[in-house]
Design a protein around this ligand. Structure first.
Ligand SMILES: Cc1cc2nc3c(=O)[nH]c(=O)nc-3n(C[C@H](O)[C@H](O)[C@H](O)COP(=O)(O)O)c2cc1C
Length: 143
């Protein structure tokens, strides 16, 4: 049995590159140990993240995420029991905002900036999947 959870949040203080690098390093280590996968996007203000794994592991991680002072307004966009993972190869993929990113999210936004809180669960999932596919294609193109 697997579960996937998607949430949006807002960074508390401007995130320094070394803080982000440390967060990702620790997240990937812990996720590997717990059989978790997912994708995190960040645009200098907002996070949008999908986490997937056993329902217990997803629940425990989300509880930690809710307590984490590095971000606030943590808002659940989607939770589902799933048959298979959307991000099986990402211990916690990270994609920061880019022109390609903007092209994908712009049609889903009401304003010019990235605001993940306006997304419904299906849109959030489609956006993350689209970003992952772009990133995989980009890797292939430069390999
Ligand atoms: C935006 C964001 C994404 C995070 N993603 C993960 C993650 O994928 N895996 C993880 O173990 N911790 C992640 N963390 C860290 C957790 O919020 C938390 O620090 C960790 O689960 C330990 O929590 P605890 O000590 O309260 O149990 C993330 C934190 C932030 C701010």
């Amino acid at each position: 049995m697997l579960a996937r959870l998607i949430y949006a949040s807002t960074v508390t203080d401007p995130l320094r590159p070394e803080t982000l690098a440390a967060l990702l390093r620790q997240a990937r280590l812990r996720n590997t140990l717990r059989g978790m996968t997912g994708l995190l996007t960040f645009d200098s203000r907002h996070f949008l993240q999908a986490i997937e794994g056993s329902p217990q592991a997803v629940n425990d991680l989300y509880a930690g995420i809710l307590r984490d002072p590095r971000h606030r307004n943590v808002t659940l966009l989607k939770y589902a029991r799933i048959q298979s993972r959307l991000f099986p190869d990402w211990q916690m993929g990270f994609l920061s905002s880019s022109a390609a990113h903007r092209a994908l999210y712009a049609p889903m936004m009401t304003g010019p900036t990235f605001d993940p809180y306006v997304l419904d669960g299906e849109q959030a999932e489609a956006l993350l999947l689209g970003l992952a596919e772009q990133a995989v294609n980009a890797d292939t193109a430069t390999a």
